[in-house]
Ligand binder design. Structure first.
Ligand code: HEC
Length: 379
């Protein structure tokens, strides 16, 4: 089962061999300037994640969501089987060091400057790690481009299985009204040009976000403390209501099924699939054994929310997981003692937080809690 991704990720390792080649990154276009139109994308073009408005530069978003997304292959947090063949240390994780404090208490203001001796805070350590990974990307940039041009990177079919397919929307630019609303898929020539240009500009990264006070601030720069790039969050997508079907389609299917589901290369027959027909799954054998959030029909996900409800509500932690014998995944009317909520909040007594090292927002966690405290019905 792991053969496909293993092949895909080891192809990325070939990049190391390309290091000696001459620099071939092409021109860098940092910002789009309507007065002096330059063909192609700009490295400071911003996209934001449809589920929570998280902003990244377009190249950053494309590399982050396909090279590991905090969990696989080139992510520092990925260990053992989840690295899928990528050597230790070859990390390209460019997730933000901090999101606003309502989602992440360690980002509470004021953030001390990391440069004036304050290096031991969680924020400073994450900023340092982001910069290390950014340097790593710059070191391997030529190899990444050569692999892209050869069609080997990003890895096609196999890479699909471990990528995070949550759609990213582009910040609207009145000077370029014809651009697609969604960030194009990494296989497209347009996306590869976005990544090439971003690499040629030395891979600038958004390091931090804050909640905008009003819609006018959305996706505009916010004050930075250490010269790190801070951008206010983008518009929040439609939030799910406290109902299992809505929680399933906006959170479970997008953030969890990739690990808590079997490999699936089918094009979904469900017309309401939020990911354009893509069915995530197959990224973690261990996670699937601990909890299967899918349904029996592998061609059509229409009933997967109600199908998976019994695996979650009143279900004892599965033998295969680290929580076996420690309790129940969701206990109706009792969110504090439900293992799923503990894992979403990183207060678990067994195993790790969920999703591993890439928490969902506080707002979304509260919606899941509300559903549990309403009795966790299959609605
Ligand atoms: C990167 C892969 C990955 C992702 C993404 C992921 N999980 Fe997990 N999950 C695991 C692994 C591995 C285990 C088993 C180890 C453990 O219990 O910590 C697990 C275990 C669990 C368990 C305990 C199940 C049991 O029977 O013990 C719950 C509950 C859970 N995950 C919920 C979630 C939720 C909810 C999400 C999405 C918000 C999610 N997971 C996303 C890998 C993942």
């Amino acid at each position: 089962m792991l053969r496909g991704p293993a092949l895909a990720c080891s192809l990325l390792v070939v990049m190391a061999g390309a290091l000696g080649c001459k620099r071939d990154l092409g021109d860098c276009n940092l910002a789009f300037d309507p007065e002096r139109p330059i063909e192609g994308p700009a490295a400071f073009d911003i996209a934001y994640r449809i589920t929570d408005g998280l902003p990244m530069y377009e190249g950053q978003a494309l590399v982050q969501s396909t090279c590991g997304d905090g969990s696989f292959c080139h992510a520092p947090a990925a260990v053992g089987a989840d690295r899928i063949g990528v050597p230790a240390g070859l990390n390209f994780d460019v997730d933000l060091a901090c999101t606003d404090e309502s989602q992440d208490p360690s980002c509470a203001q004021p953030i001390e400057s990391c440069e004036s001796g304050q290096t031991d805070t969680a924020y400073c350590q994450r900023l340092q790690s982001l910069q290390n990974n950014q340097n790593q990307i710059n070191r391997f940039a030529e190899g990444m481009i050569q692999e892209m041009r050869a069609g080997a990177m990003p890895p096609g079919e196999a890479g699909l299985r471990v990528r995070n397919g949550t759609p990213w929307l582009r910040k609207f630019d009145p000077d370029r009204p014809d651009r697609t609303e969604e960030l194009p898929p990494i296989e497209s020539a347009e996306a590869q040009e976005i990544v090439r240009n971003w690499l040629a500009c030395q891979a600038p990264v958004i390091a931090r976000t804050e909640m905008p006070a009003s819609a006018d601030d959305e996706l505009e720069p916010c004050p930075s403390v250490d010269g790190e790039i801070c951008i206010y969050n983008g518009p929040q997508g439609d939030l799910p209501g406290p109902m299992w079907s809505e929680i399933y389609w906006s959170i479970m299917f997008n953030e969890c099924v990739i690990c808590h589901g079997p490999p699936n290369n089918n094009v979904d027959q469900n017309p309401d699939n939020p990911r354009g027909g893509d069915i995530p799954g197959g990224a973690s054998v261990d996670a699937l054994a601990a909890l299967d959030l899918t349904g029996p029909n592998a061609m059509d996900t229409s009933n997967w929310a109600s199908d998976s409800h019994p695996a979650v509500v009143d279900a004892l932690a599965y033998d295969a997981g680290d929580c076996a014998g420690d309790g129940t995944i969701v206990i109706p009317f009792d969110s504090p003692n439900s293992i799923m909520i503990q894992k979403l909040r990183d207060t678990q007594t067994c195993g790790t937080e969920m999703p591993p090292l890439d928490p969902i927002s506080e707002t979304l966690i509260q919606i899941v809690e509300e559903w549990v405290d309403l009795g966790a019905p299959n609605n």
